[in-house]
Design a protein. Structure first.
Length: 159
């Protein structure tokens, strides 16, 4: 009987060894799977970061473009700069006094030759008038903004 126990002993050790090997392989596979999942998650996060960086760059471009447009529409002190001296009679918005002494904002012209604002006095600030760009499509004659204003009786004084 002792012989049979001794014969069984090596078989039991082999079985335990195989069980440990299987457990070790399963643990290794779990570690490998976790590492693979982490690597995939890292790659996903890196892709998200790249997308966010691209979006941030686009946003910065949009913001800088908007800031440039905003700068075109800011009020300028007459102490800093006068309207473009290269254009005679440039139409602008100006803040100053009218003929009755009231402070108003009005669309006026700046006469570069005489270096004065027409209609207003004591002008402190001005800004260019930016009309919307007209489409380059073929138009009927007399459909521009200026011609519409000229036809309108409230602007021409006709009733």
């Amino acid at each position: 009987m002792e012989d049979k126990q001794e014969d069984v002993k090596p078989v039991c050790e082999q079985i335990r060894y195989r069980q440990r090997a299987i457990e070790a392989e399963a643990a290794y596979q779990r570690i490998f799977d976790e590492k693979t999942a982490r690597c995939e998650r890292i790659a996903e996060l890196e892709a998200n970061v790249t997308e966010l960086q691209v979006e941030a760059c686009r946003d910065e471009l949009v913001i800088s473009g908007l800031e440039a447009q905003l700068a075109e529409h800011e009020w300028v002190s007459v102490e800093d700069r006068l309207p473009g001296l290269s254009r005679h009679g440039q139409r602008i918005m100006a803040y100053g006094k009218d003929g009755y002494g009231y402070k108003i904002v009005a669309a006026v012209s700046y006469d570069c030759e005489f270096k004065k604002f027409r209609i207003l006095s004591d002008v402190t600030h001005w800004k260019p008038i930016h009309l919307p760009a007209e489409k380059s499509e073929a138009k009927e004659p007399g459909t521009s903004i200026a011609s519409k204003i000229m036809r309108d009786s409230s602007f021409t004084g006709k009733r």
